[in-house]
Design a protein around this ligand. Structure first.
Ligand SMILES: [Zn+2]
Length: 210
């Protein structure tokens, strides 16, 4: 084990775990998270930290680019997590959390250089084809508004795309319609710590005021 891992674990066990023993005694019996978060694997995005959460509150699914695959065409880990969160854990909120400087969204535009020819990225490339509509809409939007930040538009389109894809999951639609579930799209700015939330009526992302 590397020193960085051991030091971190020691600090957790001797400090946080010890100070919160009662919480962990409860968590040992089961989980009742209030929200599911689907976010990017990016190491800079920490939903528990951003929401000042504690273990047991957030059911988190991570993948490259916070992508929700369509319900019927691809089976996999993200779909399983959504199914479990909505049908078994019965979370009351489902949040797609995208972020600034997203490498996955940037990769959609990336053309391999000579040095990168031998880097195996076939699974990443295949996975990211699911986000192509976000890229295509961003290209269109930026042709008409060249002053716009294409990277940010792509990241935000990609969040909206994931929300739209959630609408292909019958049990998600049912939970939305009966009022037991809310769906939110958030974009997190790593440099400022700001969160923006997608406003369904105005169709734009708006900074969450605190
Ligand atoms: Zn990312």
């Amino acid at each position: 084990m590397k020193k960085v891992h051991l030091d971190g674990y020691r600090k957790f066990k001797k400090e946080y775990f010890k100070d919160n023993k009662k919480l962990f005694d409860e968590l040992a019996l089961g989980q009742k998270p209030h929200s599911m978060i689907i976010t990017c694997s990016d190491s800079r995005v920490s939903p528990v930290k951003i929401l000042s959460g504690v273990p047991g509150e957030l059911f988190i699914a991570r993948n490259i680019g916070n992508i929700v695959p369509p319900y019927e065409t691809t089976k996999g880990a993200t779909q399983s997590a959504i199914e479990y969160a909505v049908n078994v854990l019965k979370v009351d909120s489902l949040i797609i959390l995208g972020h600034s400087a997203c490498g996955a969204c940037a990769h959609l535009y990336h053309e391999k250089t000579e040095d990168e020819e031998h880097v195996e990225l076939s699974h990443v490339d295949e996975w990211l084809t699911l986000a192509y509509p976000a890229k295509h809409n961003a290209i269109l939007e930026c042709i008409h508004n060249p002053e716009k930040n294409r990277a940010e538009i792509t990241e935000k389109n990609n969040i909206q795309l994931s929300i739209q894809r959630l609408m292909t999951y019958p049990y998600v639609v049912e939970a939305l319609e009966n009022g037991s579930l809310e769906i939110h799209g958030w974009w997190y700015d790593i440099g400022t710590g700001d969160l923006e939330s997608y406003d369904y009526s105005e169709k734009i992302f708006k900074k969450i005021s605190i």
